[in-house]
Design a binder for this molecule. Sequence first.
Ligand SMILES: C[C@@]1(CC(=O)O)C2=NC(=C\c3[nH]c(c(CCC(=O)O)c3CC(=O)O)Cc3[nH]c(c(CC(=O)O)c3CCC(=O)O)/C=C3\N/C(=C\2)[C@@H](CCC(=O)O)[C@]3(C)CC(=O)O)/[C@H]1CCC(=O)O
Ligand SMILES: NC(=O)c1ccc[n+]([C@@H]2O[C@H](COP(=O)([O-])OP(=O)(O)OC[C@H]3O[C@@H](n4cnc5c(N)ncnc54)[C@H](O)[C@@H]3O)[C@@H](O)[C@H]2O)c1
Length: 225
Amino acid sequence: MGWLPVMLRLDGALCVVIGGGAVAERKVLGLLEADAFVTLISPTVTGKLEELAEQGVIHWVTRDYAEGDLSGATLAFAATNDGGVNGQVAAEAQSRGVLVNVADDADAGTLMLTSVLRRGKLMLSVSTMGASPSTARRVRRELEEAYGDEYEVWLDWLAEVRLMLRQRVEGTELRQLLHRLLDEMNGPELLRTGRLPASGWQEAWLEALRREPVPDTVWRLASQV
Ligand SMILES: C[C@@]1(CC(=O)O)C2=NC(=C\c3[nH]c(c(CCC(=O)O)c3CC(=O)O)Cc3[nH]c(c(CC(=O)O)c3CCC(=O)O)/C=C3\N/C(=C\2)[C@@H](CCC(=O)O)[C@]3(C)CC(=O)O)/[C@H]1CCC(=O)O
Ligand SMILES: NC(=O)c1ccc[n+]([C@@H]2O[C@H](COP(=O)([O-])OP(=O)(O)OC[C@H]3O[C@@H](n4cnc5c(N)ncnc54)[C@H](O)[C@@H]3O)[C@@H](O)[C@H]2O)c1
């Protein structure tokens, strides 16, 4: 089987989850992180899913899956405890060209989830391609230790620098050099060790680079910390 890891933009996209157990709940929580619009079809649901439905965060249809339920879906999730039903959901999804995750048989579907660590704009996604979800979770936890909140601060600043350099610097070579030098400063490490405070420097540094978008500026800033 060939799989490509990608980022999907899901805000406002209809994602249909079939089944309402612990597995469906985990998938729904992941989808809500991505601001998806979730419709859940299942005669029974977990307490947490019921709460989300009562709050209007998800739309719960209280019945068994029926063909046609995937109409308009961007993604589908077959998460019942009935392999036959999961197979029917997968078949409908495939006939509609909708990506589908099949909880009890990933290779019967076209979408697999990963174990995800988010640090602002840094997203680390771990997969063992179905070999061992528990191992994926352990690796994700190890990454949590290595990649802390400082990545959020640094990447938010780099995103602003990138926008500014796109407007101010015409040559792609110079832009790429500046990006590489900024990355080599290893801002997250400077923040983690307290050599750079969490706030108070961003505006001044951005302004310095705006005035003189050259390698010397980066070296000068680096030498200040
Ligand atoms: C990463 C994560 C994302 C998420 O679901 O959001 C995820 N499973 C997670 C947890 C987890 N899942 C299971 C356990 C119990 C321990 C164990 O069995 O190992 C735990 C651990 C726990 O709960 O702590 C059991 C399990 N999982 C699958 C099957 C069916 C099968 O293998 O066919 C069974 C057995 C059912 C049975 O036989 O009883 C299938 C899949 N689970 C996947 C993803 C895909 C492959 C990911 C990969 O290999 O990297 C894949 C193939 C399809 C899919 O669902 O996309 C999330 C971790 C979130 C986190 O904490 O970071
Ligand atoms: N992919 C994963 O990460 C993962 C992890 C653990 C288990 N599993 C597999 O996922 C499946 C579901 O696990 P679970 O713990 O959530 O099960 P569960 O028994 O807790 O929940 C099953 C849910 O499916 C609903 N359901 C049953 N028939 C249905 C139908 N015809 N239409 C709509 N909904 C229906 C039930 O009402 C219930 O809400 C199991 O087959 C298990 O082997 C997958």
